[in-house]
Every structure is written in C-alpha cells, then in structure tokens.
Design a protein around this ligand. Structure first.
Ligand code: SF4
Length: 96
C-alpha cells in the first residue's frame, strides 16, 4: 500500500517523509534493527532512515524497494546475494 493509500485510510498521519511500502518497511527494519518495521511503525522507520543519511528519505525509496522485491523476501531472504549483507543487522544476527 502506498503512503497516499495509507493516508486515505487514516492510518498515516503527521509529517511522514518515507514511503509506507511493505518492501521499504521490511528492508529498512531488517537493515537497522534486524526485523522489518510494521505498518504502524512508519514514523519510526522514517526516523531511523533520517539518521542514516540523505535529508530526503525518498532517496532511500528505490534501493530499498528494489532490494525488497528482488532479494529481501518476507520469507527466505537471499542474504548471500544481497549488496547490504555486510551491514545488515538481520544478516549479521543470522550468521552470529
Ligand atoms: S542482507 Fe538479507 S535481510 Fe539484509 S537486506 Fe539483504 S536480503 Fe534483506
């Protein structure tokens, strides 16, 4: 569901800069804390991404979306071929 869709449903309120896409939420959460963010954690995902880099979180959108669609599947993520494997909290915990 897109951010616009969530806003239309009244689930996302306030100054949310990131995209409420399931791939983006899953990958951003796995990268930073070892588990994907839930839809209700959009604001937290946004805050975490803001800590990481670009002032505009939308710059994370396509790489996170593409990673989620191509390799970081909800079940059975393909960490061995993922470009983020060396910095990903999920991948580190899986190999620890
Ligand atoms: S390393 Fe694994 S868990 Fe982390 S983003 Fe890549 S596929 Fe997802």
């Amino acid at each position: 569901m897109t951010l616009l869709g969530l806003r239309e449903c009244g689930l996302a309120k306030g100054n949310i800069k990131g995209k409420a896409d399931t791939h983006v939420l899953r990958v951003s959460g796995r990268l930073t804390r070892g588990e994907g963010f839930a839809t209700r954690e959009i604001a937290l995902s946004d805050a975490v991404l803001a800590e990481l880099g670009p002032r505009d979180n939308w710059k994370f959108d396509l790489p996170l979306y593409t990673t989620g669609r191509e390799v970081c599947h909800a079940s059975n993520p393909q960490c061995d071929v993922c470009p983020f494997r060396r910095v990903c909290a999920y991948a580190k915990s899986a190999t620890a």
